[in-house]
Design a protein around this ligand. Structure first.
Ligand code: SF4
Length: 240
């Protein structure tokens, strides 16, 4: 695993669970509003651009930490970047699982085969999948738009097999409008849970110019309009 960060304690990242959070490096998307630009800029493989910094623990450090916190911390969130780009993700999760931890995985949905293995082996308790926009606009955030079929496949797989899950959208124009939200609703129709998050403006972003355009950011009323557009398709839609 190529690790870009580790948070020892979180009460908000894994619903109902006191968890640590591990951030993996590298992403196959280029969302301009991405709040983790350093992770996205790093590569997910051995040809990376050097270490994430001497303060960042490596995989062994994290496993040792988790081993000592058994019974105190309940779960581990694996996020990124895009965690499914890590070649040894399944082995890492298996090792943490064997220590008795619950696992939450955050993903952009481009690796349905990996999700399927995790579900079949009972290795995840909760999946949070980002829905970036509707099908027509997805290529705007993808390095490889040919992977769009995988995103669609992951949506059905998660609805069918994930023990618990949420779909979630960071809301910013032009990626979401009420019309786009209606299309998203059709994409994830019948999902158990959908969360809309307004995009924060005053943070580091992958594309710093994105933050300079006021129209990209949504008001409370805008967020309510998005929610209203998707509610006919996903009853449990909420704004976080
Ligand atoms: S927001 Fe998520 S999917 Fe998009 S570039 Fe950042 S880490 Fe990748």
């Amino acid at each position: 695993m190529y690790i870009g960060g580790f948070q020892k304690n979180s009460l908000i990242d894994f619903p109902g669970t006191i968890a640590c959070v591990v951030f993996t490096r590298g992403c196959n998307f280029i969302c301009p509003y991405c709040h983790n630009p350093d992770l996205v800029a790093g590569t997910a493989g051995p040809d990376g651009d050097g270490s994430a910094g001497s303060d960042t623990p490596d995989q062994e450090d994290i496993l040792n930490f988790l081993d000592k916190r058994k019974g105190i911390i309940e779960g581990l969130v694996v996020t990124g970047g895009e965690p499914t780009l890590q070649a040894d993700l399944t082995d890492f999760i298996k090792t943490v699982r064997q220590m008795g931890y619950k696992i939450k995985l955050d993903t952009n949905g481009t690796a349905p085969r990996i999700l399927d293995v995790l579900f079949d082996q009972g290795l995840v308790d909760y999946v949070a999948m980002d829905i970036k926009t509707d099908i027509d606009h997805y290529p705007m955030v993808m390095k490889n738009p040919k992977q769009l079929d995988r995103v669609i496949e992951s949506i059905s797989l998660i609805i069918k097999k994930s023990p618990a899950y949420e779909f979630r959208t960071t809301c910013a124009r032009p990626f979401v409008t009420p019309d786009i939200m209606e299309n998203i609703g059709k994409m994830i129709r019948g999902a158990a849970s959908y969360v809309l998050q307004p995009c924060s403006r005053n943070v580091d972003m992958l594309d710093p110019d994105f933050a300079a355009v006021e129209d990209h950011f949504l008001s409370v009323d805008d967020m309510e309009a998005l929610k209203a557009a998707v509610l006919p398709f996903v009853e449990n839609t909420r704004i976080r």
